[in-house]
Structures are given as C-alpha cells and as structure tokens.
Design a protein around this ligand. Structure first.
Ligand code: PLP
Length: 413
C-alpha cells in the first residue's frame, strides 16, 4: 500500500469516525440507541424480522458491527463478549481435529494458552514460529494447515511481521491468514488491504479506549468465512452484550484522535528511553532498523511521527528486582493487565499477560523477566517521562544502598 493510499485511508477514517453509527434520517436519534431487549416482536410465524433474539443479533451490536466493518471496507464485523471469545469462535469456525494451525510465537499470552491448552485437547495441531521470518512460516506449512495466525506488532516485543509476505504463503498453501490487529487498530494498519483474510480485535483495548467495556470482533470480506463465524457465535452464545457494544461504538468516535496522539507520545517516550543509561533495551516500531523498519513503514498507516502505535516495551538494567522497584515508584503510570486506555498503563508481561506462556517461548520472543510494557495514554509526553524518571531514580537509589551494604559487609569480613 503506497503512502498516497495511506493518506486516503487516514482521511477516510478521520471523517467516518466522529459520526459513526448514525442513521441520518429525519427524527432519528443522533447517537445510536442502546437496545437492551433480549427478544423482538414478530408479526407472525415465519416473520423475516432482522432481529429476533439477542443471542443471534441485536440492533446496537449490529450498529457496532457495521461501523467496524466500514473501517476496513469489509462485511459487517461479528462482535463477541471479549477478544478471547472472538478468537475461540475463529478457531472453532476454521479448525477441526487433525487440522494444523501456524501461530506466531509473539502473540498475546491468552492466544498461546487457548491453542496449547484447549485446541490441542480437541485434536488441533499447532506450531509456534517466529513470524518475523516468513521463511519459518513457509517451512512449517503442512498439507493439513488451515490457518496462519499472527499478531503484528507482536506482544509485548513489538516485532514486525510482513503481512503481505505471509498472505502470499497462506494463499499458496490453501490456508487462511488471521491478523490480531488489536495494538494498531484499523486506524494504523489495515490487514485486509495487505492480503489477510480476517482481522482480529480485542475491542476491549484501543477501540473502546476507556476501560469500561469488554469486547472482541472478527472482520472479513469473505462471505463464507463470515457465515461460518456467525454460526459458531449463534451456537456458543458468545455475542457481545448491547451495553458494551454501545460503549464501544461511542469509543470509536474518537479512535483516530486517540491513537494518533497516543502513538505520537509513544514515539517521544521510546526515543527518550532509548537514550537513558539505565535502560538496556527499548522496543517500539519507531526504533526499528533495516528490514523491520521498511516493513513497518510500508504497512503502518498514519501520520508521520504517529504511525507505530502506543505500546512500548523496555528493560531496565537490574532485571526483575529493578523492574519491581521501578513500578512501585511510579505515580502517574498505573500497574494493570491492560493496554489501550486513555491513561498510561504499565504491565509486567512475564508475571501477568504472558504468565501461561512456556518460559522457553517467552525467552525466544524477547520476554525477559525484567521486561516492562507501557501503554502510552493521553497525558503529555513530558508528564509521562517525568514519572518514568522518578521510577528510574528509585532504582538507582536502591542500587546505591545495595552497594553501600555490600561494601560495609566486605569491610566487616
Ligand atoms: N489480543 C491481544 C493483542 C490482547 O492484548 C488481548 C488481551 O489483552 C486479547 C487479544 C484478548 O482480549 P480480551 O481481553 O478482550 O479477551
């Protein structure tokens, strides 16, 4: 996708989002109404009413689905209670016993747990591979491979997968490609335009954006895939509740504004961390070099300086102990198991989001015990940096105390 198209995409989304979900006809409410009813009137037996029972479809959920589909010029999305419910439906829709899935090793820990600890019991075979190397994906393809699942940038190492290259492998192998686009959202990356078959979202994160509503969504342009996913949702009853759909729709109205601002601030924070002597490693696509930088530049939509998302991860000199002291000294950044809200959040992936990922897979994907993940919010970069400085000063102070204790112990010995 060229930069001219990027500009068109940005303008389209910036224009679409503020009034998204509106029906624009005389006397209709300006904002999509919240319809909590579990069931709907029927004129008679065999009524063809659009909505009949809210486990299958609901007007408020349908408004969100239309909106999410429009963001990617796709069919209306299928919305779920959570991101994990969406992923479960995706796997049940496309995989059966004996089928094979290739999953990027750098995906969200819950995705790894679902595949390793639940799908495997149902007879689905899986390989976890380094998705930054399309050749590794190609090498893992079997005749039974039905699905390739990647997350880019990866979580929490922010490594980049070349969606177009993996889409070619999927097509040649007769498999479908699903991309978890939770971190960048359709505002910063359009997986379907790059050849993916399904975009996967935890709308709980940036799309809703205010930490008030769980949700998940699958977006596709493929009618057969869409029909199968809706069938699974009807069978499992995993639809999003109308209140959460309504809150998510409201969050969408400011999505471009939020992710652009948060991404811009994240670039400034990442650049500051990268020059700090106490930081041994910083991950953010804006700091990528070589091939990864070229891919990110090509596939991330967005304005210069605000194209690579709001998630940054980093490691402090001193490992886990230093990380703990750092987090405890923060006042503005909040320790939670979450990303994508309007306030800046910090997470310790090894003990929180990725605790169920086997330690060797964690190490192989750059999740050391000392790695911290920052989800940059709407506060000014200067305020976030001042808080991070406070954390680093606390770590340095602890090191000084430790050095004195060691020296005194050595003198006494
Ligand atoms: N995908 C990604 C990238 C996530 O970060 C998460 C949750 O943190 C999920 C999927 C699962 O979403 P949910 O928590 O809404 O079930």
């Amino acid at each position: 996708m060229g930069r001219t198209n990027h500009t068109e995409t940005i303008t389209r989304l910036q224009t679409l989002c503020p009034g998204i979900g509106q029906t624009a006809s005389d006397g209709e409410p300006l904002v999509t109404p919240l319809v909590q009813s579990t069931t709907f009137w029927r004129d008679g037996v065999g009524s063809g009413a659009e909505h009949q029972y809210s486990r299958v479809s609901n007007p408020t959920v349908a408004a969100l689905e239309k909106a999410l589909g429009d963001l990617e010029q796709a069919l209306p999305a299928t919305c779920f209670a959570t991101g994990m419910a969406a992923e479960t439906a995706l796997f049940l829709a496309l995989l059966k016993a004996g089928d094979h899935v290739i999953c990027g090793s750098g995906v969200y820990g819950g995705t790894t747990r679902l595949i390793r600890q639940l799908l495997s019991d149902l007879g689905v075979e899986a390989d976890f591979v380094d998705a930054t190397r399309p050749e590794a994906i190609r090498a893992a393809v079997r005749t039974t491979t039905k699905l390739i699942f990647v997350e880019t940038p990866s979580n929490p190492s922010l490594e980049i997968t070349d969606i177009e290259a993996v889409a070619v492998i999927a097509r040649e192998s007769g498999a479908l490609l699903a991309v978890d686009n939770t971190f960048l959202t359709p505002v910063l990356q359009q997986p379907l335009d790059l050849g993916a078959d399904i975009s996967v979202y935890s709308t709980t994160k940036f799309i809703e954006g205010h930490s008030v509503a769980l949700g998940g969504a699958l977006v596709t342009r493929d009618e057969a895939v869409d029909e199968r996913i809706r069938f699974i949702r009807k069978c499992t009853g995993a639809i999003q509740n109308p209140l959460n759909a309504w809150l998510t729709l409201n969050g969408l109205r400011t999505l471009p504004l939020r992710v652009e601002r948060q991404s811009r601030t994240a670039e400034a924070v990442a650049a500051w961390l990268a020059t700090h002597p106490q930081i041994v490693k910083v991950n953010h696509p804006s700091l990528a070099t070589g091939r990864a930088a070229a891919i990110a530049d090509r596939q991330h939509v967005g304005l210069d300086g605000a194209r690579h998302g709001a998630v940054v991860s980093f490691e402090i000199d001193g490992g886990l102990d230093a990380g703990r002291q750092f987090v405890e000294a923060l006042e503005l950044c909040t320790l939670v198991e979450h990303v994508g809200s309007v306030e800046t959040l910090v997470t310790h992936p090894a003990s929180m989001t990725h605790a169920d990922v086997p330690a060797d897979q964690r190490r192989a994907t750059g999740i050391s015990d000392g790695l911290l993940r920052l989800s940059v919010g709407l506060e000014p970069a200067s305020a976030i940096i001042a808080d991070l400085k406070k954390g680093l000063e606390a770590v340095a102070a602890c090191e000084t105390v430790r050095d004195v204790v060691h020296e005194e112990a050595a003198a006494c010995a």
